[in-house]
Ligand binder design. Structure first.
Ligand code: FAD
Ligand code: EPU
Length: 358
């Protein structure tokens, strides 16, 4: 047991330390990894004291781990792995038309989506069934079915490791972009402790993403759907398309959809007319479908031992059993190299890679 942490433990209840902690069940790839020390914090109010008393936490490498659904352990993490476990959700402000919901970082994301729907609040329904925690949602600005979480975020509460200071950032201070935020660029600086969402009582539905309308029709929903029905439609599409990590290890999309200059996208579409290219909000760029390009390179269903590409979706790297992080990373590099060779487009991984660099 680390002396400093044991010492602090005597004075500060609210956390638990495990040495040589197995992380196999704490990452959705199911990779066998170990942390020299796992610190689980149930009360984020103790973070300033905990960090002030412990040089290992304050100055050493610390990996904040949520549900491990966007992480590839290509090696064991060094130093401390820190997990937040508080999961309280409550309405902190309400004006009749909308509510501010504050959720602790350690709660499960999908449970929060269901909580908001059960409390008559809409806005998160398109983000149903995304694995992971509330605290990780702003890190890569999770998105699905036409909505990004930044559109619903009111504020972020974060603890700054080096200073012990607590911050409250408005959404406009978080540098949110497609699968990106300031927190992603400063992984050693901030620990997100809670997120506030601004959610309307009157639904403002987003139904335009391909497949949602058809799914609602299949469900027999006629006319304007309820937000909970949109969530159900999204869950049904997701269950069909994406492999379930409980059955086969994966981290969802392994690559981001590349954003390229519009002229490059248009030139590619002359050679490859079926290449899906989407608007980005900046008319000078287009977002290309990484799945389509990987699929065209023939990778879908490919397998190198236990490292593979899902048979149902070309963007999903899968662990068929005993693949190591290094084997999965080697396959991902081969996939990216083939896309670069054929389309001249660089793919970037979406998950955080621990123990290696891309
Ligand atoms: P982790 O994997 O534990 O961590 C991810 C990163 O966030 C790490 O860098 C970690 O250090 C950091 N982090 C975690 N918590 C904190 C915190 N409190 N403070 C500071 N940093 C923190 N993502 C989408 O955007 N859209 C999808 O549709 C989607 N579908 C998916 C489907 C499947 C089947 C899977 C397995 C993954 C999918 N993902 C998707 C990716 C993933 O679910 C999200 O990125 C999710 O937000 C990760 O949450 P997590 O708690 O598991 O984070
Ligand atoms: N496609 C193929 N082959 C495949 C799969 C898809 O050619 O094997 C083509 C489809 O024809 C479709 C296009 O690729 O036109 C896009 O496919 P899909 O709608 O499944 O979306 P995606 O771009 O692959 C993105 C997100 C997902 C998110 C969905 C739904 C990224 C990197 N991925 O996937 O997020 O759930 O849209 O909004 O942006 C994640 O980030 O982990 C994730 C799963």
């Amino acid at each position: 047991m680390n002396d400093a942490l044991t010492h602090a433990s005597a004075r500060l209840p609210g956390y638990r330390v495990t040495e040589r902690a197995r992380l196999d069940a704490r990452n959705t790839f199911g990779i066998a990894a170990r942390a020299p020390m796992l610190v689980e914090v149930a009360d984020t109010n103790i973070l300033p004291g905990l960090f002030a008393d412990n040089a290992m936490l304050r100055d050493g490498p610390v990996l904040v781990l949520g549900g491990g659904s966007n992480i590839l352990f290509a090696g064991d993490p060094e130093g401390v792995v820190l997990a937040l476990t508080a999961s309280e959700v409550r309405i902190v402000d309400e004006d009749g038309g909308s509510a501010i919901v504050r959720a602790d970082a350690g709660g499960e994301w999908h449970a929060l989506v269901l909580w908001t729907l059960a409390h008559g609040l809409s806005g998160l329904e398109n983000l149903a069934l995304i694995p992971g925690t509330v605290g990780a949602a702003p890190i890569q600005n999770i998105g699905a079915y036409g909505v990004e979480v930044r559109e619903r975020i009111h504020a972020i509460e974060a603890f700054e490791r080096a200073t012990g200071k607590s911050w409250r950032f408005g959404a406009d201070e978080c540098a949110f972009a497609y699968r990106d935020s300031r927190f992603k660029h400063e992984p050693d600086r901030f620990i997100v402790t809670a997120v506030e969402f601004a959610l309307p009582r009157a639904p403002q539905l987003r139904l335009e993403y391909a497949g949602i309308g058809e799914e609602l029709a299949t469900m027999g929903v006629a006319g304007t759907p309820r937000p909970s029905q949109v969530a159900e439609a999204v869950c049904r599409i997701r269950r069909r398309k994406l492999p379930d990590p409980a059955v086969i290890g994966n981290a969802g999309s392994f690559f981001k959809n590349p954003i390229v200059p519009r002229a490059q996208a248009e030139a590619l579409q002359i050679d490859f007319p079926a290449l899906p290219a989407f608007r980005t909000g900046d008319d000078r760029t287009r977002k290309l479908s990484a799945a389509w390009m990987i699929d065209q390179c023939g990778w879908k269903g490919h397998r190198d031992g236990d490292a593979g590409i899902a048979a149902s979706h070309a963007l999903v790297l899968v662990n068929h059993g005993q693949a190591s992080g290094a084997q999965l990373l080697a396959l991902a590099r081969r996939v990216a190299a083939s896309v670069r060779e054929r389309f001249g487009v660089a793919l970037e991984p979406e998950p955080r890679i621990v123990g290696a660099s891309w």
